[in-house]
Ligand binder design. Structure first.
Ligand SMILES: [Zn+2]
Ligand SMILES: [Zn+2]
Length: 176
């Protein structure tokens, strides 16, 4: 977890408001759920995360119970271009907050009720964008020219997903 800036907090609060409106209409939230979602602290993940886009954190109390701490979103989601996906990620985390802890079949059913299913499918694109932004190497396929942006060398250990050729490391500084 990192500290959110004032601008990030403002963005997060607008997302919260919009997600709450949709969840209210989908699930007819009860008073407790509404209070929980209105009051949970929102924050940002460390910006070097690529695969993790949101997180709901709980802390175990001395009596063994779990206390809700914070819902974190990836800081790179807090821009206009990714806003639709950010709403979906916050919705996903809010399902955890109201008690659906596991990604089980029930959870996936609830998730599919999010009205913007196009945005719901943007996880891979966001991961790809994060990897591009952080990449120091491109693992390049000499056969089909597919590129895989990564922070580390592949050192001949990885195959092209498309054609199974061994990928070659090219430093990003040689590409730009
Ligand atoms: Zn989850
Ligand atoms: Zn290939």
């Amino acid at each position: 977890m990192a500290n959110a800036t004032t601008a990030q907090n403002g963005f997060l609060e607008h997302l919260r408001r919009d997600v709450l409106v949709v969840m209210q209409s989908l699930f007819n939230l009860d008073e407790d759920e509404h209070a929980l979602l209105s009051e949970v602290k929102l924050g940002v993940l460390r910006s070097n995360a690529t695969q993790r886009h949101g997180a709901t954190r709980w802390q175990r109390q001395s009596d063994g119970s779990l206390d809700l701490q914070v819902v974190d979103l990836h800081p790179a989601l807090l821009v206009v271009e990714w806003r639709a996906y950010a709403l979906f990620v916050l919705f996903h985390e809010f399902l955890h907050v109201v008690g659906h802890r596991a990604h089980d079949a029930t959870f996936r059913d609830l998730e599919r009720r999010w009205p913007d299913q196009t945005a719901a499918q943007q996880g891979k694109a966001f991961t790809h964008a994060r990897r591009l932004a952080r990449a120091r190497w491109h693992w390049v396929c000499p056969t089909c020219e597919q590129r895989y942006p990564r922070q580390r060398r592949g050192s001949g250990r990885y195959l092209c997903k498309a054609c199974k050729t061994v990928l070659v490391d090219v430093p990003v500084k040689d590409i730009q």
